[in-house]
Design a protein around this ligand. Structure first.
Ligand code: PRP
Ligand code: URA
Length: 211
């Protein structure tokens, strides 16, 4: 895993191969969904490497020993709608996580984020939030979601995505320098419509077959 400031880019061969298939125009919606889920599992593993743990007593069939458990509550926060395809695999890895949905979509002309579903959950002390969204383009959507979470009192936020544009990474580093970001790739740039190049197209449409 490469790290520069707050952005971690996975260089794992399994992630690289799956991402290449995901990008292909010939990949069907079914395979696309499966790959989004598999990539999420792999990235969650990398993104949770430093979670705090508590030590506890356990008993194996042979003897008593010390074990551990994750310290504190974890919430996963999919950004609707494209983040939905990442939820099930995140919950498989962290089955005790809560799921907080936040709906944000880009205005297609201005590329500004529009918040359309914000429902404050019961925020516990020491909550770690893992925000899920396959695409970090201008960064407007992720930055808005981080601001919402902080307004709820969440201080420990990390982001897992598949593709990022340099413009979005910069926006997050400017707006929320405390957020760690874990992605499979940083691509070249955004095109005139705000799409990541070379990218994979529209992640929501490709998952849900609404092209
Ligand atoms: C996509 C993507 C991100 C956002 C990224 O969602 O899933 O949420 O765009 O762009 P940004 O970094 O420029 O804000 P979209 O708005 O297409 O909505 P959808 O998930 O409903 O398809
Ligand atoms: N949202 C997407 O789904 N794809 C992009 O390339 C940019 C934003």
């Amino acid at each position: 895993m490469e790290k520069s400031n707050n952005i971690h880019i996975s260089n794992h061969p399994l992630i690289g191969e799956k991402l290449s298939t995901l990008r292909s125009i010939n990949t069907s919606p079914e395979l696309f969904r499966n790959l989004v889920a598999e990539l999420t599992s792999l990235l969650i593993y990398e993104a949770t490497f430093d979670l705090k743990t508590l030590s506890l007593d356990i008993e194996t069939p042979l003897q008593k020993t010390r074990g551990m458990k994750i310290d504190g509550a974890i919430s996963i926060v999919p950004i609707l709608r494209a983040g939905l395809g990442m939820v099930d695999s995140a919950l498989k890895i962290i089955p005790t996580a809560k799921v907080w949905h936040i709906g944000v979509k880009r205005d297609e002309d201005t590329l500004e984020p529009i918040e359309y579903y914000v429902n404050k959950p019961n925020v516990e002390k020491a909550n770690t939030c893992i925000v899920l969204d396959p695409m970090l383009a201008t960064g407007g959507s992720l930055s808005a979601v981080c601001s919402i979470l902080k307004s709820w009192g969440v201080n420990n936020i990390r982001y897992i995505g598949l593709l990022a544009a340099p413009e979005g990474v910069k926006r997050l580093e400017d707006d929320h320098p405390d957020i760690s970001m874990f992605v499979a790739s940083i691509d070249s740039h955004l095109d005139e419509n705000g799409y990541i190049v070379p990218g994979l197209g529209d992640a929501g449409d490709r998952q849900f077959d609404t092209l």
